[in-house]
Design a protein around this ligand. Structure first.
Ligand code: PMP
Length: 455
């Protein structure tokens, strides 16, 4: 056999070769169709093969694709920065463009640290994050991520940044009840700040809805208001990692709008260019920039491809498309429809413990027993089996971290915002088939003494 050269995520796994995409479907080189039930990694928000984006891309390419940001600015980058600021209700943000979500959160961390340095407060250089969080794969972003599986190998090399409790009501870390908990998970931030000392902390970072490390976990009402109030009181900047929630996915342009909170910094990626080009951004509020403008007048971050005119032109076209087709509203209404369908499905399927999320960022958590929320043993590989089964049926869904560090076994369902109700029906049908087949397998294995004697 010919040797391979491309390093794929799992080296001994056979991956189909994609040929093209159209709307909510991807097609491989055998002509098989896949319904993109999670927009890739919650990225292809406007669907595949949209002609307007391809036009914007070629138009910009015919002018200039690349300039170095230390030598030129460009019209698309300037326009995109203003557009993003205008979209945010607070409206007074600057933008720093990078290429990936990891770079966007890491840049946010660097700007937060620099902000305090410019004010002469050199000790404020730690970032607090939460358990069950994911902010990216670069060493800085991983240092402030509570995603155990992705951290594990690198722990000795990572910054020893503190983590606090996640707002995970389905499996409350304090074993409290959402109706009477008084937001103990938010107060855990204050406890940590007091223990570490606010003079050592630059920022707190959190995803509006926990994505890859939890499976679309929506915090309880009032959580972010309390978080922001704690941050402000202790002079700690609040970074919202909107890489997954950003740009219309949750039914608003920004996920944090549902909570009525204006973050000091915002990280964007994924949906910002809907996967058409690499593009991500760190948005920085005026008051965070102020000491930098008065001080060193430059931010110590950036990459060769930062503020790339080609990617900026594509992102502008994506934002125009989202506005023109009212895709934030579509995410809201189709999200309600999909949620209702999934809840209906859950009624008849004992191993669905929880269906949650907001807009078209939904999560399903699987349990062995719904009454006591008992998890499947790790050897059952429950989410991997369901995802694999769905894949073979032509449905793509996205795995959450799964059953480590207090998290349950969850998947994310987050189709492109352009999905129709008929396509949602097909998605749910394929998912139901996949889940039922896995349940049948489990029952057979159990009757036969179990795959490993555990199931
Ligand atoms: N933050 C969040 C919330 C994410 O979901 C991700 C990617 N899953 C990242 C950061 C990292 O983005 P990227 O993979 O583009 O580096």
């Amino acid at each position: 056999m010919e040797r391979e050269h491309l390093i794929k995520p799992v080296l001994d796994h056979p991956y189909p070769t994609v040929q093209y995409g159209k709307g909510v479907f991807l097609y491989d080189d055998q002509g098989k169709a896949y319904l993109d039930g999670a927009s890739g990694a919650v990225t292809a928000g406007i669907g595949h093969g949209v002609p307007e984006i391809i036009e914007a891309m070629t138009e910009q390419a015919s002018k200039v694709s690349f300039v170095y940001r230390s030598q030129f600015t460009s019209e698309p980058a300037e326009k995109l920065a203003k557009k993003l600021s205008d979209l945010e209700p607070g409206g007074d943000y600057w933008a720093f463009f990078v290429n990936s979500g990891s770079e966007a959160t890491e840049t946010a961390m660097k700007i937060a640290i620099q902000h305090w340095q410019e004010k002469g407060r050199f000790g404020k250089n730690k970032v607090i994050s939460r358990r069950m969080s994911y902010h990216g794969i670069t060493m800085g972003a991983l240092s402030m991520s509570g995603h155990v599986l992705r951290r594990r190998r690198f722990i000795p090399l990572l910054e020893d940044f503190p983590v606090v409790a996640p707002p995970y009501c389905y499996r409350c870390p304090f074993k409290l009840n959402a109706a009477s908990c008084k937001l103990a998970c938010a107060d855990d931030l204050e406890t940590a700040i007091k223990r570490i000392g606010a003079e050592h902390i630059a920022a707190f970072i959190a995803e509006p809805i926990v994505g890859a490390a939890g499976g679309a976990i929506v915090p309880p009402e009032g959580y972010y208001k309390r978080i922001k109030e704690i941050c402000d009181r202790h002079e700690i900047l609040f970074i919202a990692d909107e890489v997954m929630t950003g740009i219309a996915r949750t039914g608003e342009m920004f996920g944090m709008q549902h909570d009525g909170v204006e973050p000091d910094l915002i990280a964007l990626g994924k949906g910002l260019s809907a996967g058409y080009t690499p593009m991500a951004a760190t948005l920085v509020k005026d008051h965070v920039m102020a000491p930098i403008l008065q001080g060193s007048k430059s931010i110590m971050a950036g990459h060769t491809y930062s503020a790339n005119p080609q990617s900026a032109a594509v992102s502008l076209a994506v934002l125009d498309y989202i506005e023109k087709h009212q895709l934030a509203q579509a995410a809201q209404s189709r999200g309600v429809y999909l949620m209702a369908k999934l809840r209906q499905l859950a009624d008849g399927i004992e191993i669905i413990g929880d269906v949650r999320g907001r807009g078209l960022l939904l999560g399903i958590e699987f349990v062995r027993n719904r009454d006591d929320k008992e998890m499947f043993p790790p050897a059952a590989g429950i989410t991997a089996r369901i995802i694999d089964k769905a894949f073979h049926k032509g449905l793509l869904v996205y795995p959450a971290a799964g059953a480590v560090d207090g998290a349950g076994d969850a998947i994310i369902v987050a189709p492109p915002l352009v999905i129709t109700e008929a396509e949602i029906d097909l998605l749910v049908l394929l998912l139901e088939e996949a889940v039922r087949e896995v349940m049948d397998e489990l029952a057979r294995e159990s009757a036969g003494g179990g795959k490993d004697g555990e199931i």
